[in-house]
Design a binder for this molecule. Structure first.
Ligand code: MG
Length: 162
């Protein structure tokens, strides 16, 4: 049994996750255009992961015998000044997503929806990792600053993401 309020909130989160995927895809192509092939590849993988998040919620909705409602995807930003700018935007965005996940968890707890709490536990942990990764790259890029050789090495290391 999925409460209609919970169902609507989960559908909204599906849209948020697909929007995230869209945002990171945009970052990926912008980084590619600016010559940062490692960052481009990192954001492409991030986009894929966000789509998997959407799929995870969609299959939960389906498992509860409810229909997924796909909503329009809003436009995303097209340009960032640098990889640092992109990762700073990433951290900002992920903090917002964390607050959405926490609100969903509050609702699931209030409704005593244990299956939903179980689903959301995955996302709670995931958000800790997302924010940690963005912070780590921001710190590294601030140290690198205008050192082009270090920037090249760092960009290459981003391509290693599996
Ligand atoms: Mg996500």
């Amino acid at each position: 049994m999925l409460n209609p309020k919970m169902e609507a909130a989960l559908n909204k989160q599906v849209n948020e996750e697909i929007w995230s995927s869209y945002l990171y895809l945009s970052m990926s192509y912008d980084m590619d255009e600016k010559g940062f092939s490692g960052a481009s590849s990192w954001f492409a993988k991030q986009a894929q992961e966000e789509f998997e998040h959407a799929q995870k919620i969609m299959s939960f909705i389906t498992s509860c015998d409810k229909k997924v409602k796909l909503m329009p995807i809003s436009e995303v930003r097209q340009e960032w000044n640098s990889p640092l700018d992109a990762f700073e935007d990433t951290l900002l965005h992920e903090k917002k997503v964390t607050s959405y996940i926490h609100s969903l968890m509050d609702m699931a707890v209030e409704l005593k929806d244990y299956a939903c709490i179980n689903l959301l536990n995955f996302f709670v942990s995931e958000q800790v990792e997302e924010e940690e990764a963005a912070r780590k790259y921001i710190s590294a890029l601030k140290v690198i600053n205008k050192d082009t050789a270090a920037m090249y090495m760092f960009d290459q290391s981003l391509a290693q993401r599996s």
